[in-house]
Design a protein around this ligand. Structure first.
Ligand SMILES: Cc1ncc(COP(=O)(O)O)c(C=O)c1O
Length: 356
């Protein structure tokens, strides 16, 4: 039987800036899936691709690193945190953290963990901000703050420096807490910082990492990477119990190996970041357009004159970020082109009132 081209149901020419998840799969990763597809392999992670992934993760994150491929980022976060905490444990995180705002309460409902959230100006925790909720150890009336979770890059597009991560890790550890990093956009962070992945993870004191593959061009698949073996317990059981154990794991692992063994992870992330920089350069200075946050990686946040966002969205999809202020978010991905950015900027310019 041949593939019926009528089964392509979408218009590939339609592009947008809504999310780095709107992009398709990087062609080289589709090749990796196809190459892994011949013949049979043992299911549930006993395959050669998952074995190779362990080596690849050790090469990036150090000899102690242990990799647990999962389906998605919510699963990676919830499982990581569950493996780091006892039933009475709590997590200090930014109010804007994905685990708080975008995971439908899964840390609380699936793992039974309490989130202690902190308001931040820019999505980033600091030792001082952590201390607003890191207290009350030994008090049976208070969920015990035992983990700090930070996101790199943050949900607001901001970036922790190596020193900032190190300071948070030292602070958390000095209080008997562990450090989790949600690295859904870890590659974008490495590209922005210009340092190897381990500089701001393993070497900075992160204990458990949710490594993001999907936003970096995978079909699907993320990976929990335990960096401090003593910080996590029972992941192998928790992964199955929480429905994140892929039977055909070889296809998640084959993609991650292809991504991380070559320079593809960095090339794709650097490109996405460069497209965001191009976009912010193109729109800054346009009359009525205010860029609301520094553009550190692949996200651009802006406020537009009333009514403009909805008209622009007729051509390019993107999301409102804050309905109260009218702030919108534009994301770039590995497959955003210069032509996409230029067309978007031109469409926006065409909708703005002329500068007086
Ligand atoms: C910061 C962050 N963490 C985790 C995720 C992963 O979520 P998902 O469960 O949709 O893969 C996302 C995706 O939007 C994210 O932005």
């Amino acid at each position: 039987m041949n593939f019926d081209p009528a089964l392509r149901l979408h218009d590939p020419a339609r592009r947008g800036f809504a999310s780095d998840n709107y992009a398709g799969v990087h062609p080289l990763l589709l090749d990796a899936i196809a190459a892994a597809n011949e013949g049979h392999q043992i299911a549930y992670g006993e395959d050669v691709y998952t074995a190779r992934l362990q080596q690849v993760m050790k090469a990036h994150f150090g000899e102690a690193a242990e990799a647990f491929p999962v389906f998605n980022g919510t699963g990676a976060n919830v499982l990581s945190l569950q493996s780091m905490l006892p039933r009475w444990g709590a997590i200090v995180c930014a109010q804007t953290a994905h685990i708080n705002t975008d995971e439908n309460g899964a840390p609380e409902r699936v793992a039974g963990l309490k989130l202690l959230t902190v308001e931040t100006p820019d999505g980033k925790l600091t030792p001082e901000l952590i201390d607003r909720e890191a207290w009350g150890w030994g008090d049976e009336h208070r969920a015990q703050p035992l983990v700090v979770s930070i996101t790199q890059t943050t949900e607001l597009g901001t970036l922790y420096s190596v020193e900032e991560v190190r300071a948070i890790a030292e602070h958390a550890h000095s209080r008997g807490m562990l450090l989790h990093m949600d690295g859904a956009r870890l590659s974008n962070a490495a590209a922005a910082l210009g340092v190897p992945l381990r500089d701001f993870t393993t070497d900075a004191g992160v204990d458990v990492l949710s490594y993001g593959g999907t936003k970096n061009g995978l079909l699907y698949g993320e990976c929990i990477v335990v960096l401090s073996p003593a910080a996590s317990e029972g992941l192998v059981y928790l992964r199955k119990m929480n429905m994140q154990l892929a039977s055909k794991m070889r296809f998640v692992s084959a993609q991650l190996v292809a991504l991380l063994e070559s320079g593809l992870w960095l090339e794709s992330a650097s490109h996405a970041n460069a497209m965001a920089a191009r976009l912010s350069d193109a729109v800054s200075g346009m009359p009525g357009v205010t860029l609301t946050r520094p553009v550190a990686a692949n996200a651009v946040f802006a406020i537009l004159p009333p009514g403009v966002a909805d008209r622009l969205r007729e051509v390019f999809r993107f999301y409102d970020w804050d309905n109260a202020t009218g702030e919108v978010r534009w994301m770039c991905s590995f497959d955003t082109t210069e032509a996409d950015v230029d067309a978007f900027a031109a469409a926006l310019a065409g909708l703005l009132p002329a500068a007086s």
